[in-house]
Every structure is written in structure tokens, then in C-alpha cells.
Design a protein around this ligand. Structure first.
Ligand SMILES: *Cc1c(COP(=O)(O)O)cnc(C)c1O
Length: 402
């Protein structure tokens, strides 16, 4: 085994990863070296269609030329200042992102988990300062089967045993209710509730869309009880579901949104909390921050993403091609259920079809990157994908399940 930095074979790279990295992932045996649009190339020269798209961090595909050009131009000017100084990208980025999302104010961060953490802190502070919740008593109600990231507080609100085991003690101040159950939510919200925090479409849970009317009822409940509605749109936002924000489908506005993943255009981590100016306004200098949050390189990349989304082209692609993708997946033998919205599908594999077969590996053999998880496939191709490419991917799935 060659353990030097110039290892060149696929087994070498896999061996290096095994030997030198923590084993918190179990990657498929493929070493990717190039990406363009909806396709990646592996070290052995084989091309694969990407049906994962970085868990929606690559909504615009690999190396979208506009985003790469914006990053390159910014790399030649200024990359990092810290927020102790102004830079000529930050303010414009905030205005453009707020205008795109119909919000009033932006709190920048880097990762998705950090954005949700920031929203939790803001909601708690709002509860004490504005709602009048007694000190230390603020509660946040979250949904079961959620995914909000991997920090200590985010795993504290997880209901996934594997994500929690041996990571306690956990952050207090949260209540969990079943996703999509308005009565359970109503019973959990009280005078000390700062916020209801949920994903309008649950991504990691398998692309779960709540019952019709649920999100409007959540909004109404929050209004009636003076509670903030915090939407985690880190994965479902930025055109993934066929609208800029997933809540747009229901005509519902959240008080705060956590955004991430595709906000960084597949180039770098860029996240933000966007929402009401009076709510984000509870933060004063020194109370919250981030070294890299709002850096000019991230803002230049984020601005390129906002420009792409402002045309509506990607939202439309997601709607139209999503309808096609869902119809094609529904026809397949071995598929029990297809959930989701837009170019995003949770494909429940019929009982018995997965026995003894490693579905993700079999798909890889057919030139498709797509992960199987707890009996379902999560299909989330880049929104630049074409109808013919969708056919290629669906046929690979048909071949493995059939
Ligand atoms: C991925 C994800 C996060 C966490 O984002 P990271 O960048 O991995 O920290 C949070 N919420 C949702 C809904 C996600 O899908």
C-alpha cells in the first residue's frame, strides 16, 4: 500500500481514508476526481450520474460556470475580513438574499447546523425579551424524525437513536411531537414556547411531505399563541421542491428560515438565518457571531446563487422535471411508494426487493450515484439535469430493483 500523498490508485485512496480518517461515514468504493453539471468522473475514468447532489448542496450541479466565475473573481480581490470591518460583498448579499426570499434581514453563518443553532438562540432570546417567558424556561417544539445537523444541540433534538447514543447529556428546553400531527403540536405549545422548529419537507427522514393544510395550521397556531415559526429549509429550500422556499407551495411565511447547502453553490459552506427584522433584531453586538460568517468569498458565491434563483428557471425545471421523475419512478416494479415534491423523491423499496442486495453498490455499477437508506432511496439530482439523464437514472434503478 502506498501511503504517501501521491497515491494514485483507487484502492490507495480508499486505504488512506480508512487508515487516516475517523470512520463516521461508510463511503461507496468510488474515488471521484471531476464533476461537471449532473455528472462526476471517477479515478478509473468511469462517469456516474449524480442522483445525490451533495444532499441538495449541488442544486446547480457541479461547478456551475456562473458560480465558479463569481468565486474566481472574488478570489483575486478579497476573501476574508471578519465582521469587525465592512466588506463590499456582505451588505449587497444580504439585500439580495432577503429580496429573493421575501424576508427583511439576514444573519450569516457557514454550515446548516450552525444556522439552525443560531435560529434557536435567536428564538430563545426573543422569547425572553419580547414574549416575556420567565428566564431559563423557554421551550422549542420540534418534530419527530427531524434532521437539523450534528452539533450537540441538534442531536439533542434528534429522534434517531444512532445520532444520539453516547453523545449525552443533551441540551434541555425542547419537546418533540410527531411530524404532521397538528393536534399533538397544539397540545405541546404553551405560554413558554418560543418557537416551533421544523422542516417543511423532511429530507433525511425520506423526503416526507406533511399532510395537506398542516403547514398553514402550524402558522395559525403560532400566530394564536405568539410563537415563532422557524422553518429549517437547509435542504428543502433554494428551489429543490420547485419553489424558492418549500413553504411557498402553501403560501405560508415563517418568521425565521434556516438556509444552507445550496446557498454555497456546491463550492463552499454558506448558510444563513433569514426572516423578520424585529426578531433578528434581538441580537446586539457581541452576543453572537462567526469568524467566517459573511466573508466576502462566501457572499460573492451566495450572490451568484441568488442571481440564478432570481430568474425562476431552476424552480420551473424542478417542478416540470419533478413531475416527470415522480411519474417514471411510480411505474417501476419493486417500488412501494414515491414521496416528495419537485426534483426530489423518497422512493420506498417494496418489501423483499432489497434482501441480499446492496442497492447503492449495484446502482454504482450501473453508473448512478444514489444512496439507499432504511429501505428507501433518496433521489435528488442537480436541477440542471435533463429529461434524458433522468431516464438514464430511472432505468438504472429499474435494473437494480426489477
Ligand atoms: C443537512 C441539513 C442540516 C445540517 O447542515 P450541515 O451543513 O451538514 O451542518 C440541517 N438541516 C437540514 C434540514 C439538513 O438537511
Amino acid at each position: 500500500m502506498n501511503t504517501t500523498a501521491d497515491a494514485t490508485s483507487t484502492p490507495d485512496h480508499i486505504a488512506l481514508t480508512e487508515r487516516w480518517s475517523a470512520h463516521n461515514y461508510h463511503p461507496l468504493p468510488v474515488v471521484l476526481t471531476h464533476g461537471e453539471g449532473a455528472w462526476v468522473t471517477a479515478q478509473d475514468g468511469r462517469r456516474h450520474l449524480d442522483f445525490v447532489a451533495g444532499y441538495s448542496a449541488l442544486n446547480f450541479g457541479h461547478r456551475h460556470p456562473d458560480i465558479v466565475a463569481a468565486a474566481k473573481a472574488q478570489l483575486d480581490r478579497l476573501t476574508l475580513t471578519g465582521r469587525s470591518f465592512h466588506n463590499d460583498q456582505f451588505g449587497v448579499f444580504c439585500r439580495e438574499l432577503a429580496e429573493l426570499t421575501g424576508t427583511e434581514s439576514v444573519l450569516p453563518a457557514n454550515t446548516g447546523a450552525e444556522a439552525v443553532e443560531s435560529a434557536v438562540k435567536v428564538a430563545r432570546k426573543w422569547a425572553y425579551q419580547v414574549k416575556g417567558v420567565p428566564d431559563g424556561a423557554a421551550e422549542i417544539v420540534v418534530a419527530g424524525s427531524n434532521f437539523h445537523g450534528r452539533t450537540t444541540t441538534m442531536v439533542s433534538i434528534s429522534t434517531d437513536a444512532l445520532a444520539r447514543k453516547d453523545f449525552g447529556p443533551f441540551t434541555p428546553g425542547f419537546r418533540v411531537v410527531p411530524f404532521g400531527d397538528i393536534d399533538a403540536l397544539r397540545a405541546a405549545v404553551g405560554p413558554n414556547t418560543a418557537a416551533v422548529l421544523l422542516e417543511p419537507v423532511q429530507g433525511e427522514a425520506g423526503v416526507v411531505v406533511p399532510p395537506k393544510g398542516y403547514l398553514s395550521e402550524v402558522r395559525q397556531l403560532c400566530d394564536d399563541s405568539r410563537t415563532l415559526f422557524v422553518a429549517d429549509e437547509v435542504q428543502c429550500g433554494m428551489a429543490r421542491t420547485g419553489a424558492t422556499l418549500a413553504l411557498d407551495h402553501d403560501g405560508v411565511r415563517a418568521d425565521l428560515y434556516a438556509l444552507g447547502k445550496s446557498l454555497g453553490g456546491g463550492l463552499m459552506p454558506v448558510s444563513a438565518v433569514v426572516g423578520r427584522a424585529d426578531v433578528l433584531g434581538v441580537l446586539a453586538p457581541g452576543e453572537h457571531g462567526s469568524t467566517f460568517g459573511g466573508n466576502p468569498l462566501a457572499c460573492a458565491v451566495g450572490r451568484a446563487v441568488v442571481r440564478l434563483l432570481a430568474t425562476g428557471e431552476f424552480q420551473e425545471r424542478s417542478r416540470e422535471l419533478g413531475t416527470y421523475l415522480h411519474a417514471r419512478l411510480r411505474e417501476l416494479d419493486g417500488v412501494a411508494e414515491v414521496r416528495g415534491r419537485g426534483l426530489w423523491a423518497g422512493v420506498q423499496i417494496a418489501e423483499g426487493r432489497t434482501t441480499g442486495v446492496d442497492v447503492s453498490r449495484a446502482l454504482l455499477e450501473r453508473g448512478l450515484l444514489c444512496k439507499e437508506n432504511n429501505g428507501h432511496l433518496r433521489v435528488a439530482p442537480p436541477l440542471v439535469i435533463t429529461r434524458e439523464e433522468i431516464d438514464f437514472g430511472v432505468e438504472a434503478i429499474a435494473g437494480v430493483l426489477g
